[in-house]
Design a protein around this ligand. Structure first.
Ligand code: GTP
Length: 585
C-alpha cells in the first residue's frame, strides 16, 4: 500500500483534465503510442462528439515502483455527482486551472468538495503552451484561493506534455498512500455499469481486506450473497487479475442480473462504509415511448442506464390520455439531453420528452402540503391551494469586473437578488446571488455567456423554497377543460402563454363537423380564444338545377344539426395532438 497513490483530476469544464490524463497514460506507458487518441478516457461516442466528459473514468498506471490510480472526472455542473463520488475513492486531487481562463466557478465548487473530503490538493496551471495564456495571473488566483506560495504550484501543458513528468513526481511525493481499515473486506461501490453477460459490474475502491473471484461475498445494504464472476483493474481496459486488495481501485463483475440490487454507495463486505448522499434532481420531465407498446422496454432501459448514472431518478406515471410514461428527474438540462440521447443510442428506443419543469410545493388551506412536478398533478389536487412554493438556488458567478453591470442586469431581469460580491483577483470577482431555479434551468446560463462574451462561469446549489408567483393556466377545447394541457407559469407570462397555446392548438387540432372553440386563461378568466371553423360539407351537391327552396331547407337542417352537435360536442383529441402540445420546444 505504501506504493499506491489514488487521485482525481478536478477542474472547471474544458480546463484540460482528459488531455492531461492522456499525457500521463503516455508517459507511464499505460497506452501504447499506436493506440493513443485524444481524450483517451472519454470512451463514449457521445463524449467524443460533444468534447465533454460525462462519466468519471478510473485507470491504473505504473510509474517507477508506484501504482497510480487516476480517476478522470467531468467538469460540467450537471455531472458534479460523478466528481463527488470519485473524491471519496481517493486521497488526493489535482486542481487544474486553464491559464487562458483562470479560476472559474467549477474550480471553486470542486475545490470545496475536495476540501470537504480532506484530500491533498495539488494546484496546477495548465495550457502554458498557449501564447496569450495568463499564467502569472492564474497562479496568483490559485495562491489567494489556497493561501499558498507560488513554488507550490505546478505549470504544465497537457498538449505538449511540458511539466507533466514533474507533476507525476509531485503526486508520489505529496499524496499520501492509502490506509487500510483492517483485514475485513470493505469495498465502496463508486460507479457501475450493466453487462449483458456479466451482470452489474461494480467499480470499487477497497478500503479494507481483499476480494477474489472465487470467494462468496456480500452486498451490505441489500443483504445479498454473491460470488464474483471476475475481479480486475482498469489498465485502461478492464483486465482480469482475480484479486484486488486494500488501497486498490478496480472492478467486480457481480453476475447479478437484476439492476436494482447493486447501488452506487453500497459496500461490498460485512461492515458498511458511509456511502453517498442521494442527489436531488432539479428538473423533471415526462418521457413517453414513441410507440406505446415500447413502454416496458423504456422502463428497463432507464433501470439499466441508472446503473451507470446514479444521479438519474424516475418513477412510472400513468395518464389515461397519454398512456404510461416515466417521470424522470435530472440534475440539469444538459443531463436531461445526454440521458435521452443515451436511451436512444444505447437502447434503440425513440422517445418523446415533455416540457421539463422544476418541482413546486403546494400549501393547502388545511395546512397540508404536496410536491408537484407538473401542472397535471396540480389539476388532480382537490383541496384549495393557499400558496405555491418554488426552489431558489444560490448562484455563484465568476466574472470580469468590467462585466459587473451586465451580470447585475441579468440577475435583476431574472428576478434574482444579489447577496454578496468578493474580489478574486485584480480584475475578476465572484458574485453570489439567489435566483428562482426555473430561471436558472431555462436561459440564465446562455444569457450569461452571451452577455459576457463567454468569460463568466457559474455554479449553483439549493438555497431554500420561497413563495412563488405561479398560477395554473387552464386550456379548454369545446368548453371542456383539458387538464393535460394545463401549465404552471408566472402571472406576467399568462397573456403571452395563453395566446401561444391557443394558436398552436388552432394549427394542429383536426377540424370537426362543428365549430370548435379553443380557449386558455386563468381561473375562469379567458385570456385567449379562437374558433376553428367546421369542415364544410356540401349538402346540396346531389341536387340538380336551381330548386332554391329545397336548397334552403337542406342548409337550414345542416345549421340545426351543427348547433345540436356543438351543444353535445365531445371532441376526440388524437394522441398525436396531445404529444405535440406537451412536447418540449
Ligand atoms: P470536460 O471533462 O468536458 O470538462 O473537459 P476537460 O477538462 O477534460 O478538457 P479536455 O481535455 O477535453 O480539453 C478541452 C480543450 O482544451 C480541448 O480542445 C483540448 O485539446 C484543449 N487543451 C487541453 N489541454 C491543453 C493544453 O495544455 N494546451 C492547449 N493548447 N490546449 C489544451
Amino acid at each position: 500500500m505504501q506504493n499506491i497513490r489514488n487521485f482525481c483530476i478536478i477542474a472547471h469544464i474544458d480546463h484540460g483534465k482528459s488531455t492531461l490524463a492522456d499525457r500521463m497514460l503516455e508517459l507511464t506507458g499505460t497506452v501504447e503510442k499506436r493506440k493513443m487518441r485524444e481524450q483517451f478516457l472519454d470512451k463514449m461516442d457521445l463524449e467524443r462528439e460533444r468534447g465533454i466528459t460525462i462519466k468519471m473514468q478510473p485507470v491504473r498506471m505504473k510509474y517507477s515502483d508506484y501504482i497510480l490510480n487516476l480517476i478522470d472526472t467531468p467538469g460540467h455542473i450537471d455531472f458534479q455527482y460523478e466528481v463527488s463520488r470519485a473524491l471519496l475513492a481517493v486521497e488526493g486531487a489535482i486542481l487544474l486551472v486553464d491559464a487562458t481562463k483562470g479560476v472559474q466557478a467549477q474550480t471553486l465548487a470542486n475545490l470545496e468538495l475536495a476540501r470537504k473530503h480532506n484530500l491533498t490538493v495539488i494546484p496546477v496551471v495548465n495550457k502554458i503552451d498557449i501564447a496569450d495564456a495568463k499564467v502569472e495571473e492564474s497562479a496568483k488566483e490559485l495562491m489567494e484561493l489556497l493561501n499558498i506560495e507560488k513554488k507550490e504550484i505546478l505549470f504544465v501543458s497537457g498538449k505538449t506534455g511540458e511539466g507533466v513528468p514533474q507533476l507525476l513526481k509531485t503526486i508520489v511525493e505529496k499524496i499520501p498512500p492509502p490506509k487500510s481499515s483492517g483485514d475485513k473486506l470493505q469495498a465502496l461501490i463508486f460507479d457501475s455499469f450493466y453487462s449483458l453477460h456479466k451482470g452489474v459490474i461494480a467499480h470499487v475502491r477497497i478500503f479494507g481486506g481483499h476480494i477474489s473471484s472465487n470467494e462468496t461475498t456480500f452486498l451490505f445494504h441489500k443483504k445479498i450473497e454473491f460470488k464474483p464472476l471476475e475481479v480486475g483493474i482498469f489498465s485502461p481496459e478492464m483486465s482480469k487479475t482475480g484479486f484486488i486488495s486494500s488501497g486498490e481501485i478496480g472492478y467486480i463483475a457481480t453476475n447479478l442480473k437484476d439492476p436494482s440490487l447493486v447501488r452506487v454507495g453500497d459496500t461490498i463486505g460485512q461492515e458498511s462504509l458511509p456511502g453517498y448522499f442521494e442527489p436531488q434532481p432539479v428538473v423533471w420531465a415526462s418521457i413517453f415511448p414513441q410507440s406505446t407498446d415500447e413502454f416496458e422496454n423504456l422502463k428497463s432501459a432507464f433501470s439499466k442506464l441508472r446503473i451507470n448514472d446514479a444521479s438519474l431518478s424516475f418513477e412510472v406515471e400513468g395518464s389515461k390520455l397519454f398512456g404510461r410514461a416515466l417521470r424522470a428527474g435530472f440534475l440539469g438540462m444538459l443531463h436531461l439531453d445526454i440521458s435521452v440521447e443515451r436511451i436512444i443510442r444505447e437502447f434503440g428506443i425513440e422517445v418523446i420528452v415533455a416540457q421539463p419543469s422544476v418541482e413546486y410545493e403546494l400549501i393547502f388551506t388545511d395546512g397540508s402540503t404536496e410536491k408537484i412536478k407538473n401542472a397535471e398533478m396540480f389539476s388532480q389536487s382537490e383541496k384549495k391551494v393557499k400558496e405555491i412554493l418554488e426552489p431558489w438556488f444560490s448562484v455563484f458567478v465568476l466574472a470580469r469586473s468590467s462585466d459587473l453591470s451586465k451580470v447585475l442586469d441579468l440577475i435583476q431581469k431574472n428576478k434574482g437578488e444579489v447577496l454578496e460580491t468578493k474580489t478574486i483577483s485584480e480584475d475578476r470577482l465572484l458574485l453570489v446571488s439567489a435566483l428562482p431555479l426555473r430561471k436558472i434551468v431555462t436561459n440564465f446560463f446562455d444569457d450569461l455567456k452571451s452577455a459576457t462574451q463567454g468569460y463568466a462561469s457559474m455554479s449553483y446549489e439549493f438555497k431554500e423554497n420561497k413563495p412563488a408567483d405561479i398560477v395554473k393556466l387552464n386550456v379548454f377545447v369545446a368548453e371542456d377543460e383539458i387538464p393535460q394541457f394545463a401549465k404552471l407559469i408566472t402571472k406576467d407570462e399568462a397573456e403571452f402563454e395563453s395566446h401561444r397555446i391557443v394558436d398552436r392548438l388552432y394549427e394542429i387540432l383536426p377540424r370537426q363537423l362543428f365549430a370548435l372553440k379553443i380557449q386558455a386563461g386563468l381561473n375562469g378568466r379567458i385570456l385567449a380564444s379562437r374558433t376553428l371553423s367546421a369542415v364544410g360539407k356540401n349538402v346540396t351537391a346531389k341536387l340538380y338545377g336551381g330548386d332554391r327552396t329545397r336548397k334552403m331547407k337542406l342548409w337550414k337542417k345542416q345549421k340545426e344539426g351543427k348547433k345540436r352537435l356543438q351543444e353535445s360536442a365531445k371532441v376526440e383529441i388524437p394522441h398525436s395532438v396531445y404529444l405535440k402540445i406537451i412536447k418540449r420546444d
